[in-house]
Design a protein around this ligand. Structure first.
Ligand SMILES: [Zn+2]
Length: 479
């Protein structure tokens, strides 16, 4: 599992944080989509003290595969082309999911970790798919275009405050329930947007129930998630859940959903045990990788001998300075399931991070062979190969990483490692252009341009590398 700060798919670089965040534009292309996501981000930014943050993306083959399996039937039922839409995992502990940049569902690790069943998470993903299928982002853009610049600015500054006050007052769909002394243009625009957004939430809920019914699944999980937020909000006054801000949750929304979902033909259906286990394993992995060792022990005490608990503890052990203990625990897991690719991947990652790349190569090769489409494993293998002491491995690293960058042109880390591998081979132009592409994807445009400028002087005009460098030089991030 890898975490990287990146401007996702070269479209934007903003990060939702539960306590403080500010929208940052390092966006390229598709300006309008960036604006729409900004609204969501701004609403999830309650704190006054704001510092620029980049979206922190988690790449993990196991979790990505699970989310693909969750969304594939839902996308099909929603009529969303499977190649076009995808789920991106955001390294944030708070519960949130939102649609941005066209057909991308961003889901926080916190949402996966807090969803007790696949069905709970699938319900949330079905709701987000409802936003995609309904073209809500596109319509939100139009709503914004209709508002005056001044009102939009005010809306962005104060969206959070209004959403909070609306929630605390438990108003229904009628935005007039928000008590306001004087209605300035900003306040009017804010209320209009909030009311409009509530309509979209209802529409996405209805769509989600339809998709779940069509795919033989229950809407119980979506309802449980929304109810949990409603109950939480009764007790919490100081903290603000970003999910509630991006998805207004009046009481009537829940009762409507409840009535609708209980009528579904599969209301009583539960997740298949094998899927529940995969879900629990992914959750344990995320807990092991994203929390402190204390939280891992609380969630997975030694008395718990289940595979997820053992998985989470093994990760925490190696991450918190007990490498030998961690490796022993991973070996014990491999002994139980010798063909589980994620255990081999974990062994490789632990060794790689411990500065033993030569030993990491074999388990990572094994994992990569077991998961042909597991891009993050290939990137890790490439990293291990180029860091090892065997010069032959560097060539192999280049071929693996080059293939990854061709398949996933937005994988910033792959470009970075590719640059390192070319550097080791003494191929300066390829090293520099790969580094420039990686920097570009991370939203570090000034450094990317500096690199591109240097590389243009090294290669013949109009050669493929020169043209790539020229693209980077002429690119202007949208404001
Ligand atoms: Zn929503």
């Amino acid at each position: 599992m890898q975490e990287a700060k990146t401007s996702d798919d070269a479209n934007h670089a903003c990060r939702i944080r539960s306590r403080k965040a500010t929208p940052v534009f390092a966006g390229w292309r598709r300006t309008a989509a960036v604006i729409a996501s900004l609204v969501i981000v701004a609403q999830a930014a309650p704190a006054a003290a704001q510092t620029p943050q980049r979206l922190s993306i988690i790449r993990d083959a196991e979790t990505e595969q699970l989310l693909r399996d969750y969304t594939a039937p839902i996308f099909k039922a929603a009529g969303i082309r499977s190649g076009a839409a995808k789920v991106i995992i955001v390294g944030d502990r708070s519960f949130n999911a939102f649609v941005a940049n066209g057909q991308k569902i961003f889901v926080n690790v916190g949402s996966i970790m807090e969803s007790k069943t696949p069905n709970e998470l699938i319900g949330v993903l079905a709701h987000e798919s409802g936003h995609i299928a309904g073209g809500h982002l596109a319509r939100l853009r139009m709503e914004l275009a209709n508002a005056t610049i001044f009102a939009v600015a005010g809306m962005l500054m104060g969206g959070a405050a209004v959403a909070v006050s609306a929630r605390n007052r438990n108003v229904g769909s009628n935005p007039a329930g928000v008590a306001g002394a004087i209605l300035g243009p900003q306040e009017m625009a804010r209320r209009a947007l909030l009311s409009y957004q509530r309509g979209e939430e209802q529409a996405a809920d209805i769509a989600a129930v339809n998709y779940l019914n069509a795919t033989g699944q229950s809407a119980r999980g979506l309802l449980a998630t929304l109810e949990r937020f409603q109950n939480d909000s009764l007790f919490k006054t100081s903290s603000i859940d970003p999910y509630l801000l991006s998805h207004p949750l009046p009481r009537e929304r829940i009762s409507n959903l409840e009535q609708l979902s209980k009528k579904g033909p599969h209301w009583d259906r539960t997740d298949p045990p094998a899927l529940q286990l995969r879900h629990d394993m992914a959750r344990a992995k995320l807990v092991g990788f994203t929390t402190n060792s204390g939280e891992t022990s609380r969630r997975y005490p030694l008395s718990d001998a289940s595979m997820p608990a053992r998985y989470g503890r093994a990760i925490a052990a190696y991450r918190f300075g007990r490498l030998d203990d961690g490796l022993a625990q991973i070996s014990a897991l491999i002994a139980v399931q010798p063909n589980n690719p994620w255990f081999h991947e974990l062994r490789g990652q632990a060794l790689l991070e411990a500065g033993r790349p030569d030993q990491a190569v074999e388990p990572l090769r094994r994992a990569a062979a077991l998961v042909p489409g597991g891009t993050p494993i290939q990137v890790m293998l490439g990293h291990a190969l180029l860091s090892s002491n065997n010069p032959k491995n560097v060539d192999q690293a280049i071929s693996i990483l080059a293939r990854v960058t061709q398949r996933e042109a937005d994988y910033a880390e792959a470009f970075q490692y590719l640059a390192m591998a070319y550097e080791k081979k003494g191929n300066q132009p390829q090293a520099m252009i790969s580094a420039a592409q990686g920097l570009m994807l991370m939203g570090r445009f000034v450094e990317a341009r500096t690199q591109a400028d240097r590389v243009k002087k090294l290669v013949p005009e109009n050669s493929p590398i020169w043209l790539k460098a020229d693209d980077i030089m002429t690119y202007r991030p949208s404001r």
